[in-house]
Design a protein. Sequence first.
Length: 198
Amino acid sequence: MLTVDRAKYCHESDPYLDRPRRIGYNVTISAPHMHAYALSILSNQLSDGAKALDVGSGSGYLSACMAYMVGSHGRVIGIEHIPELIEISTRNVREDNPHFLKESRIKFIVGDGRLGHAADGPYNAIHVGAAADTLPQELIDQLAPGGRLICPVVAIEGFQRFQDLLQVDKNADGTITKKKLMQVSYVPLTDPTTQLRN
Ligand SMILES: C[S@@+](CC[C@H](N)C(=O)[O-])C[C@H]1O[C@@H](n2cnc3c(N)ncnc32)[C@H](O)[C@@H]1O
């Protein structure tokens, strides 16, 4: 994270504050401690040459950190449903680490991240940066054996509604192991109309 300058991705004041900051379109760049946590949980899967999917790539910051970790033979797909954020994230990476784009180490695509992006899979690491109502099966299907997905998922207990950050590991035989990591607070994984209406 020290090699990817957050100020190039977060154009509000105080880009280095350990808080979410607005990036427009009713969403935020997540707080640095959440990015650090996600990268550390995925660090074994973000090894040299690995393939990663960043769902809800927003500012492009986390995708750039992942691209640094997977090295020049790796590949990161950032998928985002707001086309303007894809333009902004591409510009941010071009200003910060232009070789990530020239080498095709990062590719940003417009799409519904709930469906993933099977064309470039399977992925060793999948990060979901917005809270899903239910764990998207398409994303689990796009994990490689040995791969790991982390995704915030809405949980309801009585009148309480909260989010659990779930870790999903695909074992060598294709079976799945799930683990709750902690409670979190993310923007929803939704459709553009709902996101822009709020
Ligand atoms: C908390 S922000 C993630 C920030 C990002 N990790 C960063 O570093 O800037 C969540 C992102 O998910 C996007 N998003 C929400 N629902 C989506 C969907 N169905 N498909 C793709 N992107 C989605 C939002 O537009 C937003 O950019």
